[in-house]
Design a protein around this ligand. Structure first.
Ligand code: PLP
Length: 396
């Protein structure tokens, strides 16, 4: 069967992965299995099952049901890994690995552009546990990164492109520099779903918010942590189960349903996203469009080298003579874009960036900014809506 790294074979892969196979008798989809207690033939069988906590075995509900296992297998192969732990949210898929690799007195490197709640976790709970975080410029080179690594540094965290500001990171170079010094390399790959496989570029642990394009319908919250090497799998699995991490099998079942159409949704949304991004770039009110797949945009060269696709989330920086209030009034007047967090659903969204993000070592965006997610609406309708809303940017 075609695998997920083969671009042409991907759609075929998505229709077959995590299923019993076309010649297996029964329903097309894996059944939804709910449960806590697993019964065993006798006490010895139960003891034996307890030794399989790292396998896809029926031990206890918390350790997974066949519904979880089907989703684990599907995500592991999409991400280019071998094993996957499903957790309760995308945020849990970030906090569990950080807790798995870091202890008191140790040090972690985070990109300044990291997803806001990841930063909050480092600055509050991790700090309280005695872990120090250094924020680095996300576009840093490997040599400068090496200069930030101390004997206590255990983790290099990557997120590319950056949340809200969309900086692309040189993942292979940074991962190689960190691994050469014994660090674990963790990457939030939510933006790169299906177009980038971190584990094939030197990353040890790949993180996905399944809430986004895998769910695809804005009706679930779920996360996944994928590994390729057994030692990383054992560490992640042990941390997740020790913390009592669990995801509802109903949500896993919905995520499996979502991923069957991931290929066609993502292709359509990425195409529409570029059409709308080009429209923004053509407007004099716009200073910069932060979309790595747009030629000429920041990070485009790295995107072209490492990615073979995109998603439909990007940023727009307005001219400095436009006020944040004008931009917000423009967003409020949109008829087809919802105002809300999250992304990856079938519907378009807009969200102000200015005033909502924190940076420690990199400069703020050079004007009022907003983030757009393009859904499955016709791009011409979205552009007509933006055109009417943009009239608010001119009259001061
Ligand atoms: C949304 C998001 C998350 C968190 O996902 P939730 O399921 O909402 O907790 C993590 N990383 C990135 C980049 C995200 O956009």
């Amino acid at each position: 069967m075609a695998d997920a790294s083969d671009r042409l074979g991907r759609d075929t892969h998505l229709t077959h992965v995590g299923r019993a196979g076309v010649r297996a008798e029964g329903f097309v989809n894996p059944p939804l299995v709910r449960g806590s207690t697993v019964l065993h033939a006798d006490c010895a069988a139960r003891t034996e099952a307890g030794r399989k906590r790292f396998d896809q075995a029926l031990v206890y509900g918390l350790l997974g049901t066949p519904t979880h296992f089907a989703l684990e297998n599907a995500i592991a192969s999409i991400e280019g890994g071998t094993r996957c732990q499903i957790v309760s949210s995308g945020l849990a898929a970030i906090t569990v690995p950080l807790l798995a690799y870091l202890g008191a007195g140790e040090h972690c490197l985070m990109p300044d552009s990291v997803y806001g709640p990841s930063r909050h976790f480092c600055d509050t709970l991790l700090r309280r546990l005695g872990v120090e975080t250094t924020y680095y410029v996300p576009t840093i080179g490997a040599d400068a990164l090496a200069g930030l690594i101390h004997p206590e540094t255990r983790v290099l965290f990557l997120e590319s492109p950056g949340s809200h500001s969309f900086e692309m990171q040189d993942v292979p170079a940074l991962a190689a520099a960190a691994r050469a010094r014994g660090l674990a390399v963790l990457m939030d790959n939510t933006w790169g779903i299906q177009s980038f496989q971190p584990l094939r570029h030197g990353v040890d642990v790949s993180i996905q918010a399944l809430t986004k394009y895998i769910g695809g319908h804005s009706d679930l919250v779920l996360g996944a942590i994928t590994t390729a090497a057994p030692e990383h799998w054992e560490r992640i699995r042990a941390a997740a189960t020790t913390l009592g991490q669990y995801a509802s099998p109903d949500d896993c079942w919905l995520a499996l349903r979502g991923l069957r159409t991931l290929g066609v949704r993502l292709r359509q949304q990425a195409e529409s996203g570029l059409i709308v991004a080009r429209w923004f770039a053509s407007r004099q009110e716009v200073q910069a469009v932060l979309h790595p797949a747009l030629p000429g945009a920041p990070g485009h060269e790295i995107w072209r080298r490492d990615y073979d696709g995109a998603c439909s989330l990007f940023g727009v920086v307005f001219q400095p003579d436009i006020s944040t209030e004008q931009m917000v009034a423009m967003l409020d007047s949109l008829a087809l874009f919802g105002i809300g967090a999250s992304w990856g659903g079938f519907e378009s969204l807009a969200l102000p960036t200015t005033g909502t993000i924190r940076r420690s070592v990199s400069p703020p965006l050079p004007g009022p900014a907003a983030r757009f997610h393009i859904g499955l609406e016709a791009p011409a309708d979205l552009i007509a809506d933006l055109e009417q809303a943009f009239s608010r940017l001119r009259s001061r």
